[in-house]
Ligand binder design. Sequence first.
Ligand code: ZN
Length: 158
Amino acid sequence: MNELDDLYQEVILDHQRNPRNYARLPTANRQAEGANPLCGDQVTVYLDVKDGIIRNISFEGEGCAIAKASASMMTSVIKGKSLAEASDTFKRFHQMITDGQDPCFDLEAMGKLAVFSGVNAFPVRVKCASLAWHTLNAAMHKPEATAATDEAKKDPEK
Ligand code: ZN
């Protein structure tokens, strides 16, 4: 294992042990739940969106180190971004972990999220690392909550 791998391991373990923004968000006006049955990861992402800006974000959930660290890092990166920026970051993150071999991919532009680039070699881990991001994406595409969510209602995105 080289030094870079060690650093990546450290960053992921740090986020797993001390998850950032790990709480229910009382001011949330959008939220979504996601699950990765392959690994048993579960996550709920809360967003406080106003005027197209994600003013606050948090998550709760259970899961493996990768899932938890990815959710934690996602919240710290996404907080304060516009919905368009967050959506773009989701797409690039997804591309990085599913198609990481593309030599044209700008890994440096991913900043600290680049620590997850190695998971593309492990298809099962890709689902762990992307769970929080897919859940964020689902939350962003939901209308603002005004009443209790209707569990039976089908997601129009699907
Ligand atoms: Zn997992």
